[in-house]
Design a protein around this ligand. Structure first.
Ligand code: ISE
Length: 331
């Protein structure tokens, strides 16, 4: 049977997810959409084979003709919508972050724990990127020996002027916080944030930043986050082990040699770079395979991000101290 999905928020990500659910994922259809901008919702509904447009997001969540809900509305609205899905007993895929605050994430974890079973998946799509999954498989197979370091680079071409310095961590580097936990299957124990002279193109934001994360077993994961890098969107990663290294490769599958240059195209944002990851993430969610990030992972990412913001503001190393994992999230 085809799962009937309700999409809340039809901006850049919601529209992209609706397109994938309609054209690239099997076993699903978009049955309902909601957006504060009704015209935008109608446009996405039309592109999704005539989905119903709801005037009220809570009516969408409660509707008998909606089997599961995808939340891609603004970050501050995630908590209320996710809690409504849990109250209705419906599976929900929520874009990152699960909620912008640690307290908000904790309330969600509490509600799901009280419900007694998992309904929530968080959209940390990199966990499905073929590069990252291969990197983890090579690590697990012992191909590079025991891990020592992970070098990450995460660059966007341009950010809105006046972006708070903390947003580099909570909105962008949060992906590397999640990938570090996922790759090494352990928690981040300590964080530090270093800032060079800020780019003159960053409009007052402390950009770039260098995060140094130390895991419980002592692996170092460093993250350069630079959101006004100008030249394009790029994510790099190299795992250093005791007997070798693994470097992430990125699409496209071709490179061009011409006029004395050897060139590879770079995308303008994350959607083309992680297109396959988004498709696989949605297919996994529709299949109910549960390979995605849990509400606990969403809580942990926001918790570590908050520790990084504290480290950024204080200039000091900061220990993380995550609370123990509730039973329903233990593997
Ligand atoms: C954006 O919000 C995302 O989630 C992208 O995956 C990330 O690469 C980008 O830096 C963020 O701004």
């Amino acid at each position: 049977t085809v799962k009937r999905i309700g999409v809340i928020g039809t901006g850049i990500m919601g529209a992209d997810h609706a397109r994938l659910l309609t054209h690239a994922v099997s076993g699903a259809c978009v049955a309902g959409v909601f957006d504060l901008d009704a015209d935008r919702a109608r446009g996405v509904a039309a592109d999704s084979g005539g989905a119903r447009v709801f005037a009220d997001p809570y009516a969408l969540i409660a509707d008998d003709d909606i089997d599961a809900v995808l939340i891609a509305s603004s970050d501050a609205t995630h908590e209320d919508f996710v809690l409504a899905c849990v109250a209705a007993g419906k599976p929900v895929l929520c874009e990152k972050p699960l909620a912008p605050t640690v307290e908000g994430c904790a309330r969600i974890v509490e509600a799901e724990t009280a419900h007694g079973g998992r309904l929530i998946t968080v959209g940390f799509m990199r966990r499905f990127d073929p590069g990252y999954t291969d990197l983890k498989a090579l690590l697990r197979a012992g191909e590079v020996g025991a891990p020592l370091m992970l070098h990450n680079v995460h660059r966007n071409p341009a950010a809105v002027p006046g972006l708070p310095s903390s947003a580099l961590i909570t909105n962008s580097a949060v992906h590397e916080l999640d990938i570090t936990r996922w790759l090494f299957d352990e928690e981040i124990a300590e964080v530090a944030v270093h800032t060079p002279r800020a780019s003159g193109q960053a409009g007052g934001t402390r950009d770039p930043q260098l995060l140094i994360l130390t895991t419980a077993s002592g692996v170092l994961s460093d993250v350069e986050i630079f959101v006004n890098a100008r030249y394009g969107y790029e994510v790099r990663c190299e795992l250093v082990g005791e007997s070798g290294t693994v470097t992430l490769d990125a699409p496209p599958p071709t490179s061009l040699r011409r006029g004395g240059l050897h060139a590879r195209a770079l995308p303008g944002d994350w959607r083309p770079r992680f297109a396959e990851a988004y498709r696989l993430e949605l297919q996994d969610w529709i299949d109910g395979t549960d390979g995605g990030a849990t509400a606990w992972d969403g809580f942990a990412a926001t918790f570590v991000a908050q520790a990084c913001v504290t480290a950024l503001e204080s200039g000091q190393r900061h220990s993380v101290g995550l609370p123990p994992v509730p039973g329903i999230y233990r593997r």
